[in-house]
Design a protein around this ligand. Structure first.
Ligand SMILES: [Fe+2]
Length: 166
């Protein structure tokens, strides 16, 4: 099930995007830590691990179909945001960008009739539905608590939900 150059390049780029997501969430963790929102900092630290796992899954898939893995340059990420709400909106936008990227790779796999890649990528379409839903829950939690209340808000339930999916 050899990968075409185009499909392999797209999958390698996705490793980079997942690593970039991990780094971005590490930056958000730092922002929330410095602003005094330990629960949110903890959430983003946990989510960094999730993104590293995603990068690992793409790497493993490329290996399993006898492709070649590339680790591309990682860009720097912010550790400052205009507000806690702005940081969460940026996280949501990032997830939407990841979803769009996965769908564009899935379209290549379908076009090339690479069914193994198609199956793998479809599991990631489902994963992204969960990711966007999770970030919406975190945004709702902040909306209901207000930015000041959110500093003490217990995100435990949301984190528990995330862990159950691991
Ligand atoms: Fe991801």
């Amino acid at each position: 099930m050899k990968l075409s150059k185009k499909l392999m390049a797209a999958l390698n780029k996705q490793i980079n995007l997942e690593m970039h997501a991990a780094y971005t969430y590490k930056g958000m963790e730092q922002y929330f830590r410095e602003e005094g929102y330990p629960q949110y900092a903890h959430f983003f630290n946990e989510h960094t691990k999730e993104e590293l796992k995603h990068a690992g899954d793409f790497k493993t898939f490329i290996e399993e179909v006898d492709g070649h893995v590339e680790f591309m340059t990682l860009e720097g990420v912010p550790t400052e945001y205009a507000s806690p709400k702005a940081a969460l909106e940026a996280a949501m936008d990032h997830e939407k960008m990841i979803s769009a990227s996965i769908i564009s790779i899935l379209e290549i796999a379908i076009e090339e009739k690479h069914y193994a890649a198609e199956n793998f990528l479809r599991t990631y379409v489902d994963e992204q539905v969960e990711e966007e839903d999770l970030f919406r829950s975190v945004m709702d939690a902040m909306k209901h608590a207000g930015e000041k209340g959110a500093a003490h808000f217990n995100l435990g339930q949301i984190l528990k939900h995330e862990h159950e999916e691991d």
